[in-house]
Design a protein around this ligand. Sequence first.
Ligand code: GLA
Ligand code: CA
Length: 695
Amino acid sequence: MKTITGLMAAMLALGVSASAALADGAAPGQLPDPPKFDAQGKVTLVGVGDILTYGALPAYNEPDFVKALEKAGKLPALKDRLPKEPMIYKTGNMKDGIGVYGDVMRHVIGGRPEGWNYWAGQSQGWGGIDIGLQECLTRTGPLFQVKAEELQPLPNLAKSWDWSADGKQLTMHLIEGAKWSDGEPFSADDVMFYWEKNVLDTNVHPLNGANPGTFGEGTTLEKVDANTIKWTFKNAFPTQVLYAMAYGTFCPGPAHILAPQHPANSKNTYDQYKNAFPPSYMAMPTMGGWVVVDHKPDNIVVLRRNPYYWKVDEKGNQLPYLNELQYRLSTWADRDVQAVAGTGDFSNLEQAENYVESLKKSADAAAPARLEFGQRTIGYALQFNYSANGWGDTDDRSVGVHKLNRDLHFRKAVTSMLDRQRLGESLVKGPFTAIYPGGIYPGTSFYDKASTVYYPYNVEAAKAELAAAGLKDTDGDGILNFPKDVNGGKNVEITVLGNADYQSDKSLVEGIVAMGEKVGLKVIPKLLSGKDHDAARDAGKFDWSVLRQGSEVITAVQNTDHLAPIGPNTTDFHKAGADGKVDLMDFEQQLVDTVNKFIGAKEAKDRIELMKQFQKTATENVYTAGLTVYPGALIINKRFSNVAPGAPIFMYNWAEDNIIRERVYVAADKQQKYELFPDTLPGKPGSAPGEGLVK
Ligand code: GLA
Ligand code: CA
């Protein structure tokens, strides 16, 4: 409960408004508690060992059509395709138990595949395509159902690991005898190629931004033997790094296909390496449950089951149960519409503008899809381009704005000009959105309200802070001007980058433009689609960026390197200049130190303390200006079995990972004839779209 201080009471008595009294500048205020909103799905918490194990089973099984292909001599025997000890999912953790083969999950996405070189930074179109293709050393998506006491990443390609007595070495045992989807062996060499030629080679930028710093400065990795790798760290027991070995930062690629194209082994430039596997290149080898077999631009991407997949159920059925995944290339908003209507199967309902309509339609008992809201884990922040080192745009205006961004008065002005209540309501009315000041999301496990500094909406305070930052409307046109020596004293114009593919992103940008106008700032929207948006962010071509943030602000342990610029390229709004250095401000240096300590911290209590420090420094200094947080909902067609109740659309990872698609199935009496390439398996790497399939 709020208590009215003597000063406040006096102001009220005098009829002085709080905002007028604060005209001197922005002062922290009381952060209102988020409106009550109960997540619908109840998660059953389990231990890691309840979910999966590894072992050899007496016999294995596969779909009938694959058996037939095997019989026809078109495929090696199943036992020779599986590793010595496949991963085994435990029946007890599968909501509906052992499944049956068949059917398809029909996804709809707004992204487009740029190509298949994920390791050199190509987007495959998102929406879980990459999650179905790439497998990583560890796995975190399903951790939403793991008990706090047992919380650590699930084993995956690394089936076990041990720490040396001094905690500085981590030896990982890889699955033995597993194969890529083209039948070539998977080994430590694939891991080493990824590490040495893609992560350590800073000319290559893996898609989710893995770089040496991600695993702690000075970390090394070596091959011990074909199935064993060894990490060496500067700190003892940096158990956090296990999270950085999951999606999307440590998912090795097929070295036998990639290495020959890498500039180290060919005449290719780095750009040619990146583009060596264009969208028309089919059957890029994967360790995932499915392999891309067809792509019709702006129409569809089709994935068929991987006959070498290395995961089984307790009865020895090779996974996945679903024979096919389809990705219709449309828009993200269409994904919601189609999932609700039953013409698509899956959506992460995350654009709040669609909530009311989707809720109404799903409420009908006869609706084809079920819709389940989770916790408030979808959130946005306004990020400031902090470059003063030549990274990003270098014209006088941009340089002038970046300089403002580095001024705490200016950032306090920006955070105070934001009416977060209204921003939230502009997306959706009702108890969904909550005020988000910045830092770790409210309601998540590392969040600490007492360490959160919140500057409430206050136009007068914002104006005072702008004046303190040296901005004045010198020509009387209603827009503040730069000081005379900056950009010729012209009007301050600020570009705000937003992703044009999402209505929520566009609505927030619009709101910020309007709120800027009220304090004399001319904010110009820069709305770009998918790949162009990401490229602009990557290159620092923005002054402000409105971004739907990642799991770092939900779990802190996942994508931890995104919390502060701990490496030259870890933070998308403040990267290194030509000298390879990030020109950190003092408070950023504090954030970096705290985050590095957090990465190296072994004890839970130290981590909690460090995240409190992070929260304080980040919010007090308005490192980013938080905007809004709200819950997302998983929409999934009712014909699917084994979807865990309470699976969040986003926590450690997206729902496409969380629901463990390889063990999702459709009961025999509910199966549909949706397969576009029935009774076929992927062809050879480099096949043409829709051609060369094994049948
Ligand atoms: C996009 C979508 C998300 C999710 C992810 C998966 O970002 O907007 O809902 O599907 O892709 O990578
Ligand atoms: Ca002016």
